[in-house]
Design a protein around this ligand. Sequence first.
Ligand SMILES: O=C(O)[C@H](O)CO
Length: 328
Amino acid sequence: MAKQNCRPYTLISAIGGIDGVYEDHVEFLEQHLKLITMQEFLENQQELSQKIEAIYLWFKKPAATRELLQSLPNLKVIANSGVGVDHLDLKLISSFGVKVANTPFAVVNPTADLGIALLLASARRLVEGYQIAVSPETKYFKADWLGEDVSGATLGIIGMGHIGYKVAQRAKAFEMKILYHNRNRRAVDEEQAVGAVYCQQMEDLLQQADFVILCVALTSQTRSLIGEKELKLMKSSAILINICRGQVVDQDALVKALQNKVIKAAALDVTYPEPLPRDHPLLQLKNVIITPHIGSATVKSRRCMMISMVESILDGVNGLPIPNEVHG
Ligand SMILES: O=C(O)[C@H](O)CO
């Protein structure tokens, strides 16, 4: 962490509540940053706009709009929680001479853990099983109520970045056969370490996999990457797991595929919008598990994010290279 003489003025959305930084993070944050809430900023904009050098952008808040950027002439850095930056207009931000940093390493392990948790839960129908176990209607446990084997099954990983690779490491322990598709092939020793086989064509992976897990960033190339055509290529016994962004899947096509048994099931940590409207068809389907975008939702991960964001702010305002800088 860069040595600082004074704590840089840093805009945050709020403290506590759904939009604010965690109250138990505030003590650490205050040691390093002079925190200014959005409300304080709006009440005293004339004085504070000159002083603010950083934005601590905690789960998309405060939104880095053109209007906000224009009102902060000395802004140097935006520290973004998490890895995804699809909610930020990187070109716009960089046109103001402002740097952006994210926290890729804080999210890698918990997100890969969640991917495996969803894979296991959907393969073994844990949510349905729980409902049967606790339902007052249940008189006996049926012997023909079956799930799918995970051990020995084929896992297709789409997006073999840090998270995809961690998923592969975990899947290896389940003796899964691993296929992956990625823009760039990984080094041979990295492939061998997890026993992963590269599929240059995503279609090959879709046709062979029993489980397909999505681990890509949301970009113009990956938006609706999985649509009707791709779902039809998958085995009718296959399960789709999404731990990246909802928009990577054409959700209407997914609903149809699940209703018509084109694929067997889906486990989604991400959808669009989030949360889904209460009458959305995905919420009515028994063969779907949905969690509320909790890939990085662990105490340790969120604390690591905070520390990494503070480091980026201190580096950025002190003119030092920012290790986790995101380039548009
Ligand atoms: O981008 C990420 O790291 C997660 O989705 C949390 O927003």
